[in-house]
Design a protein around this ligand. Sequence first.
Ligand code: PMP
Length: 380
Amino acid sequence: ARDEITYFGAGPASLPTTVLQNASSAILNFQNTGLGLAEHSHRSALSHGILASTESSLRTLLSIPEDYTVLFMQGGGTTQFSAVVYNLLGYWARMDYVVTGGWSQKGSEEARRLFGEEKVNVVTDSRKVFGRYCGIEEEKGWKRTEGEERVFTYYCDNETVDGVEFPGFPRSLEGGVVVADMSSNILSRRVDVSKFHVIFAGAQKNIGITGLTIVVLKSSILQIQPTPGTLRALGLPVPPVMMSYPSLAKHNSLYNTLPIFDVWIAGEVMKELVAAGGLAKQEEVANRKAERLYAALGRAPGIFKVVPLEGARSRMNICVRAHPAELEGVFLRGAEERGLLGLKGHRSVGGIRISNYNSITEASVDKLVQYIDEFVQKNA
Ligand code: PMP
């Protein structure tokens, strides 16, 4: 039964049970309309209301400034790898990629695939600096594009697979044009949105269910977007309409059929976060949960080795290896027996990964900590 398990998976992630309970009746008969929410027109007044209220909760949580636009899109974080470059390259001439893990690497690869090697500069590549994605190079070592004003910088705030998270906004990017992938740490701490031109996040970790992607962008981007004619004259591709930020903004995210059910779920999750004290509270809770987990792992340095270096360790995805390696399977099986699920590391890196999103309660973390301590006692 649901109350006997805790799911620590990296995404899709677990959602608050209350939200799912309401969702199960909403999908059958929404607010006594006789029609399930997924059957209602995305252009109905009801759907407009859901969009407006979800956007309003997001604006409250992130304190989004007036001159920023919120878009609800589809296609996940991966679609944004392409959308970002289609929309920004044209006005901006070069792209600086900060590669600190598998997801920023994929973002940079897509930029290169769409626009060619010469447009993409890799500012830092943790794999080259540390041998693998386990840290963030000191900013003074970063090789940013020089002699070109129209550059935007892209980074991934939290690398879900590698467990590497920026402790804060990179100082050297202050005042620049910055794009951030916050798919796996959005709504887990306060963010100064005004420092970014674009923030995007797939919903399926800290916001809601798969199928919805949230984009927060500086509205001025919508005005400076070159026309298709200008882009063609520059030899640049014209963005497909579903990736064009101006097209979506003009239609209030309803250029095509948006999954309103997904938007509603995100809205319900966010309403709970607002009621619980907003992001200051989430930040405090997330920090406390992460500290407890790292502390438990740190009590057994002979058995558990946290993969990322101190200073770059994610509060959201805690990546660890057990020694000897056979213990990993033993750990995972024992966890499963206790209803602690989803702890296997990403297939590309292996090991153990504890995803610590907002829906993971402190009580669940305590259960896992207790298991870690018992496991250590038994295997020390
Ligand atoms: N960025 C990050 C940081 C992610 O964690 C993920 C997915 N785990 C993605 C992008 C890709 O997202 P999607 O599967 O929604 O395309």
